[in-house]
Design a protein. Sequence first.
Length: 329
Amino acid sequence: MRTLNLRRLTAVGAALTLTAALTACSALSSDSPSTSGASADPSSTASGKLAVSVSFYPIAYLAEAIGGEHVSVTSVTPANVEPHDFELSPKDVTSLSSAKVVLYVAGFQASMDDAVSQVSGPSVTDLSGVVDLRHHDGVEEEHHDDASATEADHDHDAGALDPHFWLDPSRMQKAADAVEKALVAADPQHAGDYEANLKALTATLTDVDTSYTQGLSQCERTTFITSHAAFGYLADRYHLTQAPISGIDPESEPSPADLAAIKQVVQSTGTTTIFTEELVSPKTAQALASETGTTTKVLNPLESAPDSGDYASEMKSNLSELRTALACK
């Protein structure tokens, strides 16, 4: 694992005088039917199609890509809502029961976990068991930048498994395989189409992975600073170090010591960019950038559908931002 643990870093220079508030997440709009929310009955959206209900966008992307014309996909987390702490209503739970297939990641959304335990009828697939979830906070890890080769301890959300597997295309592939199996089991009549669509999706995910491997192979820096600890699997995959301002939960608040430690990372690694994201208030990151003479750019954790394009295109956009921030050749 490459997430930088920050609490053991000794702050260098004056302590940051920043307000340590990360607000709840703001809106991200999408016209995609997959993010229409659970308020609509999934079985009524497209007659004759397999009704698939998913917890949030990355899984909707997989279900739509593999299911194609044979499925009607509804996201439990509606558009314009950050998924971490989204609370399902009783009506949402009733709607979930009308699906034929439910796809989700246990441990990411507590209310979704509760809802799944209440429904009967749908075939339920928990993807957390196939994507090898790991801890990316509260563990000792080695930081590989020459300027700051040290071990440190960052305690935000200590003990929590990191659910952000989709930012590693190889784990996304494992999830895709599981989704295809779930669709085939529910609708064997179209198994051939699901298999063909999975093959095409595999090629797309492989292309994303290859682009990252090649694009991040020769970089001046290997540490990047993020608003919250969403990019641990990406860092693992491509031998980078994530230094998050906040923890796995984007609403967790960094302490003054955490912020001072981030400032040390900036100073010791020559970091020029602090990454924000659409669904989290950028105020703390912007204040940090002002204090350190760095700039802010957006790195999308893809927890909701992008304004345009899809998972693959947005991952390519993220790669471009990382290459610039890390001064890659």
